[in-house]
Design a protein around this ligand. Structure first.
Ligand SMILES: *Cc1c(COP(=O)(O)O)cnc(C)c1O
Length: 397
């Protein structure tokens, strides 16, 4: 008899053979500036924990206290018996922080995108998406029955072309949703949300931004991309984000009008049919919002370090791409060079992973670095000198 599972081994072996399988690194202990990775003490230079909040004393204490007062789990999905005061308080505080009428918290950012997008659009509708949008957006769009159109990356002219063409469609689309990442995670560039939202307004389309990498980074006190461009809620109707990056915990969220939130919590299947965040998670997220509101130093330091690093890397002659944010790609070309550079940096005590084809174009392999506010200036200089040493050894600079 033929083994019906033989494809599992075959496909895995193919990935290993092509060197495209994920080789998991092991973090022993917390994700701090100096972490133990695969048994070696290294400077963490690729985590999404931009502000170091995953180890902030107030955030950790809030999580521990919530376990004492509320237990380890919530017991249910939100709409049945798992809606705790902590969840409601988190949503109230987040909406306040974002300057939105209301917010809704999901278990993850992935669950927010894949649960909400297919409810906002369906048959007879059109989704217009930036070509480099995150995989969770792509999956959310696939789950909808809407038609899809893609515009060139961060190109308002091409978005306008797509929107103009959509007006010729017969029968007319019922709804149009424009959707974009706020900050693009591979290049660190910022979506032209001001122009995107203006085009949305002239074409009567909804605008949805996924600000996973913009929160805690852009805008006033890290309020995100909508704040960065001084846009109003009428211009960007859906602001989605995550607690798993700068907030340092885990969980997704959307902010917007009260109507949006009422609609979303009655319709998003990922929210309705999946257990709610454990009390420790909700309380830690709440504490992280509080820290962002009251300790503005973290965001300031993140940008100081970012400027110092980018300036030094450009002066050394590295190609640092078009990033405008604390994500700085060090573009080296060939995949094999990026892998060797990452390996050498690790030996020198710096942890930053290579990003290679198929995640980026074949000749645009890179080390993706992400700055962290919890580093000292000496740590940033250590990273620069590790890049200088390894870059010279490998004849990249
Ligand atoms: C990380 C990320 C997500 C997923 O967020 P999680 O909360 O980790 O599931 C969604 N969109 C973008 C752009 C991201 O970078």
């Amino acid at each position: 008899m033929r083994d019906p599972t033989s494809f599992l081994r075959t496909e895995y072996d193919e990935l290993v053979h092509a060197d495209l399988d994920w080789k998991l690194r092991l973090l022993a202990g917390p994700s701090t500036p100096w972490s133990i990775v695969d048994g070696k003490k290294v400077l963490m230079f690729c985590s999404n924990n931009y502000l170091g909040l995953s180890n902030h004393p107030a955030v950790k204490e809030a999580a521990m206290e919530a376990i004492r007062t509320h237990g380890a789990g919530s017991g249910s999905v939100r709409p049945i018996a798992g809606n705790m005061d902590l969840h409601m308080e988190l949503e109230r505080r987040l909406a306040q922080f974002k300057g939105a009428e209301a917010s809704l918290v999901y278990q993850t950012g992935f669950a927010a995108n894949s649960g909400l997008i297919p409810q906002l659009v369906g048959e007879g509708d059109l989704v217009v998406s930036d070509e480099l949008n995150h995989g969770s957006i792509i999956d959310g769009v696939r789950l909808s029955r809407a038609e899809r159109a893609v515009y060139k990356h961060a190109d308002p002219g091409d978005l306008e072309r797509v929107l103009d063409a959509s007006e010729q469609h017969s029968p007319a689309y019922r709804r149009i949703l424009i959707i974009t990442d706020g900050v693009f995670s591979m290049d660190g560039d910022i979506a032209p949300l001001d122009k995107v939202s203006a085009l949305g307004a002239t074409h009567g389309a909804m605008v949805y931004v996924d600000d996973a990498h913009g929160e805690g980074v852009l805008g006033e006190g890290g309020r995100g991309i909508v704040s960065h461009f001084h846009l109003s809620r009428d211009q960007v109707q859906v602001e989605m984000g995550t607690f798993s990056k700068a907030f340092g915990v885990v969980g997704g969220h959307v902010s917007g009008s009260r109507d949006l939130v009422n609609f979303a919590y009655n319709k998003s299947r990922t929210w309705l049919l999946s257990g709610s965040a454990p009390p420790a998670v909700a309380a830690a997220c709440l504490a992280a919002v509080d820290v962002l509101e009251h300790e503005t130093d973290h965001v300031r330091r993140l940008w100081e370090h970012t400027r110092r690093f980018k300036r030094a890397m450009a002066d050394l002659g590295f190609d640092i791409g078009r990033s405008e944010t604390p994500i700085t790609p060090i573009i080296v070309g060939e995949s094999s060079v990026a892998k060797r550079l990452s390996q050498r940096l690790f030996e020198l005590g710096l942890f930053a992973l290579p990003i290679v084809f198929p995640m980026v174009a074949k000749d645009r392999a890179r080390i993706r670095t992400i700055m962290n506010a919890a580093l000292t200036v000496e740590d940033v200089d250590f990273a620069i000198s590790a890049f200088e040493t390894a870059g010279k050894e490998l004849s990249i600079i």
